[in-house]
Design a binder for this molecule. Structure first.
Ligand code: FNR
Length: 369
């Protein structure tokens, strides 16, 4: 093993999950599941990353069983016999390689436009029917809608456990439904599902509690969240550590085991006056393990325009990452695009055989390999 990468190759434990190393495959939507059912190509894609030494795979976002959960073509669902049978093949293949895998449970909320599977007529659903702040263009969720979606997340978690997944991740990031409740820009509700941090986190907290009720005490539950929204990259749910504490407290109390803190550049300090990044602050304030993410192993990084453009990412050196991991700033490291380019990224880093790793290019998204 490479001496320098040692911090990445220490075991990790949360509830009944034991990982050989700290490398997590970041959830990445690929849209290669026609009929919304994971197929042999999807099985092979994940099997290869497990064989390549990733400690934990988090799957692409997979839609829970609610009519408005999906927003894009060819997304794998996590309800219905066929989709669950497809996922079981993925799980079994990953386990056969000694890997661990969790699905990312997803509802796109108001991002949905009519015309998408499974029922083209169904409009987007949002906490206040807002597509963008001030723009009302979709269905405003009723109390019943909210209860239905919470139940759909809980059912998806129960089914995930039944088919052998090692835990679940709730997608609470990037401006999708759970995040639409977090964000005052799209959540103008005056009932218990809106208002202050306690109100705006209630939907996520109830999802976490409902999942826990289904899966019992031993099954790990991750919550992924982000400050930025695809609707507006400049948004911050929490502008300072005190606000961050108020945001995180109800979620921690609800039983989140691991916070997955989504940023596009892991080395950036979250607040002035400290080097800690978002995962660092989240760990410090909650005492829970955290996952960091954002341009690990890349020479280029997301700019403010997201995937549209890239910038020089030299500060993102592996040394910087390892030092932070070693210090305990965060516990796990998610890797996205570098793992699309190099399925064996983890093994190559472990063997210090990283001289000719393939650079990521957007062209690679055109096929699932
Ligand atoms: C993503 N990302 C993402 N995030 C998420 O929570 N659910 C998802 O389904 C997706 N889908 C997705 C698709 C593709 C093609 C990319 C490149 C990214 C974001 C991803 O998990 C990760 O946070 C970012 O890619 C940053 O990590 P890297 O790629 O810089 O290591």
């Amino acid at each position: 093993m490479s001496e320098t990468a040692g911090a990445l190759f220490k075991p990790f434990k949360s509830r009944n999950l034991s990982l050989d190393n700290r490398i997590v495959m970041a959830p990445m939507t690929r849209g290669f599941s026609p009929g919304n059912v994971p197929n042999d190509l999807n099985v092979e894609y994940y099997r290869k990353r497990a064989a390549g030494g990733v400690g934990l795979i988090i799957t692409e976002g997979t839609c829970v069983g609610h009519k408005a959960a999906n927003g894009y073509p060819n997304i794998p669902f996590i309800y219905g016999d066929d989709a669950l049978a497809g996922w079981k093949k993925v799980v079994d293949a990953v386990h056969a390689e000694g890997g661990k895998i969790m699905p990312q449970l997803w509802h796109v909320g108001s991002i949905r436009r009519p015309g998408v599977e499974p029922d083209p007529e169904v409009p987007g659903h949002g906490p206040s029917g807002l597509v963008m702040p001030g723009k009302k263009r979709c269905h405003e969720m009723t109390e019943n809608d909210i209860e239905d979606v919470i139940a759909a997340f809980a059912k998806a978690a129960a089914d995930s456990k039944a088919i052998g997944f090692d835990g679940v991740e709730v997608h609470g990031a990037h401006g999708y439904l759970v995040d639409q409740f977090f964000w005052g820009g799209l959540n103008e509700r005056t009932d218990k599902w809106g208002g202050d941090y306690v109100g705006r986190t209630r939907f996520a907290a109830e999802i976490i509690k409902a999942i826990r009720k289904e899966v019992g005490p031993d099954f790990p539950v991750i919550l992924r969240w982000s400050q930025w929204k695809q609707q507006d990259y400049s948004v911050k749910l929490a502008g300072n550590p005190l606000e961050l504490q108020q945001f995180l407290e109800p979620l921690t109390d609800a039983g989140v085991d691991i916070f997955h803190c989504s940023t596009r550049r892991f080395w950036e300090p979250e607040f002035e006056g400290s080097d800690l990044n978002l995962a660092g602050w989240t760990k410090k304030l909650t005492g829970k393990p955290t996952i960091t993410v954002g341009s690990v192993g890349l020479d280029t990084a997301f700019t403010e325009e997201g995937q549209k453009d890239f910038m020089d990412a030299k500060p993102a050196s592996l040394r910087n990452l390892l030092d932070r991991l070693e210090r305990g700033e965060f516990d796990l490291v998610a890797v996205g695009r570098a793992l699309i380019a190099n399925p064996d990224w983890a093994n190559r880093i472990k063997a210090a055989d990283d001289a000719d790793l393939a650079p990521y290019s957007k062209e690679m998204l055109k096929e699932l390999a």
